[in-house]
Design a protein around this ligand. Structure first.
Ligand SMILES: Cc1cc2nc3c(=O)[nH]c(=O)nc-3n(C[C@H](O)[C@H](O)[C@H](O)COP(=O)(O)O)c2cc1C
Length: 179
């Protein structure tokens, strides 16, 4: 079976965002594994319009990129107890390209981004994305210096690998369902 392709999706797009630091950290851990190809997917690169605005080429590119992936790791940050508007819009702008795939979540916020992650799980159910149980939660207080420089505590490493184990296993299993 061909190697799996798993996208690490940065959920925030604002200037000065922390998500690239977190995404690169997850990718660095993932690259020590042999189970899949891992790449960072930056929503900001696609210049997506809001759903319902004039069509833009980014929508097709976004769908093509998602279609090329077997699974996802969402880098989720908590905005007003939920996910970012940018991530919700990006989720809404595709449908079949999400279906019958697996996902893990790495979240951060004052309470580990847990509330945002739980909202995302509900949305993923509707998109037929199977979200795995293991969920590394990063604290803005203890995993970032001054809330800006990412310095994750050591214990997160095992949790990230456990999450990736589950994402790779489910991504492989669900691939057999897709045409
Ligand atoms: C609009 C907005 C709302 C936020 N609301 C929350 C919140 O409800 N809970 C929380 O823990 N952090 C909240 N934060 C703090 C963010 O989690 C923190 O700024 C984080 O770095 C945002 O991710 P980003 O840097 O990748 O954009 C909020 C930040 C913004 C910009």
């Amino acid at each position: 079976m061909a190697k799996l392709n798993i996208g690490i999706i940065l959920g925030s797009t604002r200037q000065g965002r922390l998500s690239p630091q977190v995404g690169e950290w997850v990718k660095g851990i993932a690259e020590h594994r042999a189970d899949a190809n891992y790449e960072i997917i930056d929503i900001a690169d696609f210049k997506l319009p809001f759903l319902g605005e004039a069509d833009a080429p980014g929508i097709a590119s976004w769908n093509e990129k998602l279609a090329s992936l077997d699974g996802f790791v969402f880098i989720v940050q908590e905005y007003n107890h939920s996910i970012t508007g940018a991530l919700k819009n990006a989720l809404d702008l595709a449908r079949e390209a999400w279906n019958d795939k697996a996902a893990g979540i790495v979240s951060y916020g004052a309470a580990g981004g847990a509330r945002a992650a739980e909202h995302l799980r509900g949305i993923l159910g509707e998109l037929k994305v199977a979200d795995v149980r293991t969920h590394p939660t990063l604290s803005l207080f203890t995993d970032f210096v001054n809330g800006s420089e990412f310095k994750p505590q050591d214990h997160h490493l095992n949790n990230v690998n456990a999450m990736l184990d589950e994402v790779a296993a489910w991504s492989g299993a669900l691939k057999t369902l897709r045409p």
